[in-house]
Design a protein around this ligand. Structure first.
Ligand SMILES: [Zn+2]
Length: 156
């Protein structure tokens, strides 16, 4: 027992010596992710800047706190809201008129209050976005122009 714990201490001292003398050996490697950095706010991604600004504006107004905002090249949705409170937006929406972007942002933020498409949910959307019907119509009419993909189901 005494011998083995003495050995452990000796190994420990040796490792501590290494840590002192060669700190770089123990330092975590630097992982560079240029692709992710490229989409950070303020790094020249206009879609990212647009959605961050509109989510910040409307979440403050509506009194909700989304966790994270993701932009995706989605095929079937303009946007979505996860049960964990993360928001996803279709990157193609950045080319839509500002009021349509706002409608989709308000729609997803409203899911933080009502995680369904009940009449209560639509009342929340309508209270922040009185023009919601025009925006939904615009999304239906411009789906092919915007995406050249099948019509997204959720918001149209
Ligand atoms: Zn929805």
């Amino acid at each position: 027992m005494g011998t083995s714990s003495g050995l452990v201490l000796e190994v420990w001292d040796f490792l501590r010596g290494l840590l002192r003398d060669l700190p770089d050996v123990f330092r975590k490697p630097v992982v560079r992710r240029p692709a992710r950095l490229a989409s950070r706010p303020g790094s020249g991604d206009p879609a990212r800047a647009l959605f961050d600004a509109r989510v910040r504006h409307w979440s403050a107004a509506m009194g909700v706190s989304p966790r994270r905002v993701f932009l995706k090249n989605q095929r079937t949705l303009w946007g979505s809201c996860s049960s964990r409170g993360n928001l996803n937006f279709n990157r193609a929406l950045a080319d839509a008129p500002p009021e349509v972007v706002d409608y989709v942002v308000i729609h997803e933020l409203a899911h933080l209050k009502e995680m369904n498409h009940s009449s209560r949910f639509w009342a929340v959307v309508g209270s922040w976005c009185p023009e919601q019907k025009q925006s939904r119509l615009w999304l239906r009419q411009n789906a092919s122009w915007l995406q050249r993909r099948p019509l997204p189901k959720d918001l149209a």
